[in-house]
Design a protein around this ligand. Structure first.
Ligand code: ADP
Length: 329
């Protein structure tokens, strides 16, 4: 790592899946850059906009009034072209035209993979900020958007609980998270679900039903089950079908929260971590770091290599799943 005094112009962009709080990160990057006397450019639509040269200068006023807004003002995209060397060459030429000599990418592991390759090919310094609702990145306790997504899901569960109270029903509520169970685990615990089904753990349907019957003895008339979309035993609808087949006495209802979890005003927590991470990203690039992701662990900012962030997996805390089972009885 060399102290890199040469960086004068940085570009910031969001890439891959959108997540609430990305705007707070963009704001932090722009204002920290301006504070350090850098010229800051916004690159629209991720790597796709970079290839097309959709790049505009951003002043600190351009990021006013966005900290509370969901989505990303710079838009986001997936770019197949950037996966080709031709596409990356075109992107590099566009950056050169604007004399951009450093990048901050807000996205997930796919975006960091692209950034790592780009750095290897062109030596372009690049720092990543973890923006994904799934919270599945190694090297950070939280990713931007996760807290908002969990809050949205918990609010939905609270509403379902209200309407469910007088029925002897099983409510299966599917939440996002791709192939990880972070959203499901946190949502399940915070909403007091009867069971939580995540991809990291297999569950026997008979054991699940016994568990619910046990709670039924205590006059519980209904049960809320949180199912992660990537659940091993199938998604919420498949599980409901299986339960209906094997336990016909149960009336099952399925709710898929879906894209509601991606939208909405970011929670205070997401605004806070996005601000800290965006600020740290600019500080890090000025200190000469590259091909690294800014993370927060034990409430401290830290840097982790793109290699580790992409390849290592963050283990879910199975003790919390066990605890959730105990608390739901
Ligand atoms: P996320 O960043 O949320 O994981 P994606 O996996 O869709 O989202 O990745 C976002 C973008 O990153 C892709 O559309 C592509 O432009 C770029 N990218 C992903 N993988 C590669 C790769 N192997 N080489 C170059 N670019 C990549």
């Amino acid at each position: 790592m060399d102290k890199n005094k040469e960086i004068r112009r940085i570009g910031v962009f969001s890439s891959g899946g959108d997540a609430p709080g990305m705007n707070a990160a963009i704001r932090a990057v722009v204002r920290t850059g301006v504070y350090h006397g850098l010229d800051v450019f916004g690159i629209y639509r991720g790597y796709e906009g970079m290839i097309e040269g959709d790049i505009v200068p951003m002043s600190k006023r351009d990021v006013g009034n966005i900290i509370h807004r969901g989505g990303t003002v710079l838009k986001t995209a997936r770019s197949e072209r950037f996966k080709t060397s031709e596409g990356r060459k075109t992107a590099y030429e566009a950056l050169q035209r604007h004399k951009i000599d450093g990048l901050v990418v807000i996205g997930g592991d796919g975006s960091f993979t692209g950034g790592k390759i780009f750095h290897e090919e062109y030596g372009m310094p690049i720092i990543g900020v973890p923006g994904t609702i799934d919270n599945d990145l190694y090297g950070t306790d939280y990713t931007i958007g996760f807290d908002t997504a969990v809050n949205t899901a918990v609010e939905a569960l609270d509403r379902i609980r209200d309407t469910a109270e007088s029925h002897n029903r099983l409510f299966l509520v599917e939440v996002m998270g791709r192939d990880t169970g972070y959203i499901a685990l946190n949502t399940g615990i915070a909403s007091g679900a009867g069971a939580i089904l995540i991809p990291e753990s297999t569950i026997d349907l008979d054991v699940l039903m016994q568990h619910l019957e046990k709670s039924g003895k205590h006059k519980k008339l209904f049960s809320l089950i949180v199912v992660a979309e990537g659940n091993e035993n199938g998604n919420a609808q498949q599980l409901a079908n299986e339960i209906k087949k094997r336990f016909p006495d149960y009336d099952t209802k399925v709710t898929i929260i879906g894209h509601l979890q991606r939208g909405g005003s970011p929670s205070a927590m997401d605004r806070l971590i996005a601000s800290r991470m965006g600020y740290a990203a600019v500080e890090s690039i000025l200190q000469g770091h590259s091909s690294k992701m800014v993370g927060i662990q034990n409430n401290q900012i830290n840097l982790v290599s793109f290699d580790d962030a992409i390849n290592k997996s963050k283990e879910i805390d199975m003790l919390q799943l066990k605890m959730a089972g105990i608390l739901s009885l």
